[in-house]
Design a protein around this ligand. Structure first.
Ligand SMILES: [Zn+2]
Length: 100
C-alpha cells in the first residue's frame, strides 16, 4: 500500500511545494454547483463553451455573474489567461511569491 512506502514522504513534500504554485495546474474543465444565498447555480467552464451559468438571469444579461466570478477568484492562476477576471489576476500577481 502506498501509505506504507517510505518514498511517499518525498511525494507529499513535493505536492505541497507544487500546491503553493497553483499556476503549475491548468484546469481544462470545471463543473461546479455554487450554493448561492438565493439558490443553487450550476456553473461550467470548457475551452469550447467558455463560462456558462445557464439558470442565472444576471449571466444572461451580462455574460458573467457572481457564480462565475467566484470560480474565477478561487481558480484564478489555474485558468487560461483569457478566462481569468482581470482584477483577480492582478491581485494574484501582486501576492504571488513564486520566483521565476
Ligand atoms: Zn450565475
Amino acid at each position: 500500500m502506498l501509505s506504507n512506502d517510505p518514498s511517499i514522504g518525498h511525494k507529499i513534500d513535493k505536492a505541497k511545494h507544487y500546491a503553493e504554485q497553483p499556476d503549475r495546474v491548468s484546469l481544462k474543465v470545471i463543473e461546479a454547483d455554487i450554493h448561492g444565498d438565493n439558490g443553487e447555480h450550476h456553473v461550467s467552464f470548457t475551452y469550447a463553451s467558455g463560462w456558462q451559468c445557464p439558470e442565472c438571469t444576471f449571466f444572461k444579461l451580462h455574460g458573467t455573474c457572481v457564480h462565475i466570478l467566484t470560480l474565477q477568484k478561487v481558480f484564478n492562476a489555474m485558468l487560461p489567461e483569457n478566462q481569468r477576471f482581470p482584477l483577480f489576476d492582478a491581485e494574484t500577481r501582486k501576492t504571488s511569491t513564486r520566483q521565476n
